[in-house]
Design a protein around this ligand. Structure first.
Ligand SMILES: *Cc1c(COP(=O)(O)O)cnc(C)c1O
Length: 388
């Protein structure tokens, strides 16, 4: 099929929920991808931070293929050794005690919200505080958690029980904690909201406040997790110990998986029958995730993410068209002085570079395994596009 035929087929048969770029990718290797016409791209997206080890990493692909040939799925009535091993490895990498597995970030956040509701149930505390400009998913409940009016307006009424606060405003949050609140949910770096890192003092103060008020600290690491910011989870870089952590995107290296991790004292809060997911903990996704977790949790690997992030930042800040760069590790937001981020995205694709946007910023979430050569080649294309 030609690109035109694919595009027409998409328009004819797929709901138009995405504003797509004119490229149909059919093959990839680490940070390089090829489209249906054989054109090569440097990839600074990793599928919105999903392909943590790049496209088709050989070790990851072998583990996934091997598992597919052994047992691809079993129902959650039975024990799955591939999944139990992953759960232990995630616990060791994160310091969290136990995991519930699902298939996406929104589902992981749904579970976190259920954990918090269950925690507050006896004393009638059911509200969750989230931040303005946050993003927590597209289900009706995680939309309600998402502190952005624009996402809400077409789908009212949403799940009730969410109240919103300003990032950095500890006093404002404290005023909301009136006994009806069971949890505070936030991203350490707001991703979709424009790559906005939280202040360290705010996060530490919030963790302290949650402890004092007996409110759960829920950290959404769906985008920031699994090495993206240069620590295994971003909260580890903030020196706090959350009660609940959610992850998805990068966790299984490109297979659908989400996880909701809880601390020791919440290990038995959900009893049999209170939560479930048919595909949750699927052995193929688990096999892929085990490769990701083992590779990414290596301190030398995490150090390389921080170094690459610093390199990106240095090169981008030297570009005269760049107003500022923000983010952590390989989660990078770039504010341009004059150019429109969405136009730059389209121009970059034409020039052979895949990038993302976040609000009015250009956003890069390259594979954590990106090579020096691919960073340089992609940055050179970016520079050229900015000079046009
Ligand atoms: C992407 C994202 C989600 C939603 O994940 P899905 O897998 O699309 O459901 C939730 N929270 C954050 C921070 C995200 O970046």
């Amino acid at each position: 099929m030609t690109f035109q035929q694919i595009k027409e087929q998409d328009h004819m048969y797929v709901l138009p929920t995405y504003g797509r770029v004119d490229a149909a990718l059919v093959k990839g290797q680490n940070a390089r991808a090829w489209d249906v016409d054989g054109k090569e791209y440097i990839d600074f997206t990793a599928g919105i931070g999903v392909n943590a080890l790049g496209y088709s990493d050989p070790e990851w692909a072998a583990a996934v293929a091997e598992q597919a040939g052994k047992i691809q799925h079993l129902c959650n009535y039975y024990y799955s050794p591939e999944n139990t091993a992953l759960a232990q490895e995630l616990s060791e990498a994160s310091g969290m005690a136990k995991a519930f597995f699902c298939n996406s970030g929104a589902e992981a956040n749904e579970c976190a919200i259920k954990v918090a509701r269950k925690y507050g149930e006896k004393r009638g505390a059911y509200k969750i505080v989230t931040l303005h400009n946050s993003f927590h998913g597209r289900t009706l409940t995680t939309l309600a958690a998402t502190g952005q009016e624009g996402f809400h307006k077409d789908f009212l009424p949403l799940t009730e029980g969410f109240v919103y606060a300003e990032a950095g405003d500890l006093a404002g949050i404290e005023a909301l904690l009136d006994g009806s609140v069971c949890g505070v949910l936030l991203e350490m770096v707001q991703g979709e909201g424009g790559v906005i890192p939280m202040d360290e003092s705010f996060v530490q103060g919030l963790a302290q406040l949650c402890k004092e008020k007996d409110v759960l600290l829920l950290v959404d690491e769906v985008q920031t997790g699994v090495g993206r910011t240069g620590s295994f989870f971003a909260y580890q870089g903030y020196g706090v110990e959350p009660d609940v952590v959610t992850c998805a995107k990068g966790i299984a290296g490109g297979l659908p998986m989400g996880a909701c991790l809880v601390s020791e004292r919440l290990g038995d809060i959900l009893k049999p029958g209170m939560q479930g997911s048919t595909f949750g903990g699927n052995p193929i996704a688990s096999a892929g995730a085990r490769v990701v977790v083992r590779r990414v949790s290596d301190p030398a690997f995490l150090e390389s993410v921080r170094e690459k992030g610093a390199y990106f930042r240095e090169k981008l800040e030297a570009m005269p068209q760049v107003e500022y760069v923000r983010g952590r590790g390989l989660m990078i937001g770039v504010k341009l002085k004059d150019k429109d981020a969405h136009e730059v995205l389209a121009e970059c694709a034409k020039a052979g570079l895949l990038i993302l946007t976040a609000k009015e910023l250009v956003r890069f979430l390259p594979p954590l395994t990106i090579t020096q050569e691919d960073m340089d080649q992609g940055l050179a294309i970016f520079q050229k596009v900015l000079e046009q």
